[in-house]
Design a protein around this ligand. Structure first.
Ligand SMILES: NC(=O)c1ccc[n+]([C@@H]2O[C@H](COP(=O)([O-])OP(=O)(O)OC[C@H]3O[C@@H](n4cnc5c(N)ncnc54)[C@H](OP(=O)(O)O)[C@@H]3O)[C@@H](O)[C@H]2O)c1
Length: 295
């Protein structure tokens, strides 16, 4: 880690607090989709959207059981809202495609999409259905595919004159990536073979988020912000289960960082609401850190 990166991390975790959502925001009439919403930041941001009056929430989750359990809690606190649980497994291209088709056929409008589902893995593993390494599959390929599939659907359903929003969850870790296999060709399969790219869990998580940022930065060049505003958000190190599989030195490092500096999930999710609801077209293509557009 370089000095600048340590400084950004310390600044982020100790000197900054995500801004509270301004008063007066009313999401009545709006429809939102949050992926990976059965736990952590996805669940908390869903809760915060509902607290702002959201009319219809799609919890896009890989486990129907976990999804239904959180939906019933959210429903009791928000009896007026319509809350649906839709299956989405980011390890499966077919599931991502089916999910997008369902959005197209069943939703009259889509105002907010938060692409939050993500993983950090300690061990190298291949997703059998795609042949790709799991972290790359979930954090990058499937998130990229879902963005591309949803984009024309959102465009076609924009009717109010207000842009739809896609907020994709990234991480400050992207700036720590060294992306050691950057010059390997073919590039994508070089992530799937540890004899070409030795496995390093922290590096892999960071690179998956870096590539997602690079992809989105290029994608927005062809998307008018007034139709669909696409931005990225870094929630800050937050107390969730993301690093639950960490062990050894990496586990000890995350435990110390979490103990000393991690945000509550309520504070972390404020950054999602800022990106998806408060920020406008000025944030198109940007990474938001502490509710500000980052360099
Ligand atoms: N926590 C942090 O410090 C931090 C910092 C920067 C960025 N982030 C990012 O924030 C996002 C949310 O993470 P979190 O911290 O809230 O961790 P989390 O509690 O582990 O949440 C991750 C969510 O993604 C879902 N998910 C994982 N694999 C999936 C798949 N194949 N298909 C569909 N959903 C899947 C999980 O579902 P299950 O409940 O079924 O496992 C879970 O709901 C991630 O993108 C992460 O990279 C987190």
């Amino acid at each position: 880690m370089k000095y600048g990166q340590v400084r950004s991390f310390i600044q982020n975790q100790f000197c900054e607090k995500p801004r509270k959502t301004p008063e007066g925001i009313d999401l009545r009439g709006s429809i939102a989709i949050v992926t990976g919403s059965s736990s952590g930041l996805g669940l908390e941001s869903s809760r915060q959207l509902l607290a702002l009056g959201l009319s219809h929430l799609i919890l896009a989750v890989r486990s129907e059981e976990r999804g239904k359990a959180v939906a019933s809690q959210l429903q009791s606190a928000n009896p007026a809202a319509k809350i649906d649980v839709w299956l989405l497994d980011m390890e499966s291209y077919k599931s991502v495609q089916d999910f997008a088709l369902r959005c197209e056929s069943e939703l009259s409008r889509i105002d907010i999409v938060i692409l939050n589902a993500g993983i950090a893995e300690m061990d190298f593993d291949i997703v059998p259905s795609s042949g790709h390494e799991r972290v790359m599959q979930v954090n990058y390929y499937s998130t990229m595919l879902l963005t591309v599939l949803l984009l024309p659907i959102l465009k076609a359903k924009v009717t109010t004159g207000m842009p739809a929003h896609i907020t994709v969850v990234s991480s400050l870790m992207a700036s720590f990536a060294s992306f050691p296999n950057r010059s390997k060709r073919p590039l994508l399969s070089s992530f799937d073979d540890t004899s070409i790219t030795p496995w390093d869990p922290v590096e892999r998580y960071s690179t998956s988020k870096l590539l997602l940022q690079m992809f989105l930065t290029r994608l927005v060049e062809g998307v008018p912000a007034e139709v669909v505003t696409i931005n990225m958000v870094e929630p800050g190190l937050t107390k969730t289960n993301l690093f639950r599989k960490s062990r050894g030195l990496v586990g000890a490092m995350f435990d110390i960082m979490a103990f000393t500096s991690a945000r509550t999930v309520e504070a972390g999710a404020l950054t999602y609401i800022d990106a998806a609801v408060v920020k406008g077209t000025e944030s198109h293509g940007s990474l938001l850190v502490n509710c500000r557009i980052a360099p």
